[in-house]
Design a protein around this ligand. Sequence first.
Ligand code: SF4
Length: 217
Amino acid sequence: MNKKERALLITNRLEEFYPVVPIPLNHKNNFTLLVAVVLSAQTTDKKVNEVSKDFFEAASNPLEMIELGENRIYKHINKLGLSKTKAKNIYNLSIILKEKFNSIVPNTYIDLESLPGVGHKTASVVMAQCFNIPAFPVDTHIHRLAQRWGLTNGLNVKQTEKDLKALFPKTKWNKLHLQIIFYGREFCSARGCNGTICILCRELYPKRKKPIICKKA
Ligand code: SF4
C-alpha cells in the first residue's frame, strides 16, 4: 500500500470511528477559543476545560480580559503549566486585539502569529475552528500518528504539516485534524506500541507479522 492508499484508508476508517468531532476546548466565542488554545500549550484540553469555565465567566472578550488584569488572569489559570507566561500573553494579546484589531480576532496567519503566545499551530487551530478556513494544525499527537502510519518521514512538525496537506484533500483537513487527535487519545498513545495491536495498523500494514519498534514522537 502506498502513502496515498494509506491516506484514503485512514480517512475512511476515521470517518467511521468519529463521524462527528466536536471542538474539544470549551469556549463562548472566537476570542475565548483563541485564549483556550493558548492555554492548551503543554497541557491537556481536559485541564484547560476545568479552569476555563469560571475564567470565561469572568472575561470573555478583550476589554473584560484587560479589566481583569494579569494577576487575576493568573489566579484563574494557575493550575496549568506555564501559567505565569500564559497569563502575561493573554493580557498582552487582549491589549493588542483592542488597539490594533478593534477587539476582533483576526483571520490571517500573519495577524494571528503577531500575537503573544500564538505560534503557527495555535493560529492554524483558530483558522480552522473559528473561521472554517482549511488548516492542518500539527501538534505532537498528529506528528506521532503521521509517523506511525507512514504518512511522513518528517523530523519536525513543519515537514509533517506539509506532507499531510499534500496527501489529504483540502476539504478534509479541518475534520481530519480532530479525528486524528481523537484516535490518538483513544488508541495510539505516546507510550509507544508494537504496531500490530490496532485494526487500523493491521489494515495499513497487512504484511506486518512481527511487532516493530515504533518511534516515540
Ligand atoms: S497499532 Fe500502535 S501505532 Fe498502530 S494505531 Fe495502534 S497504537 Fe497506533
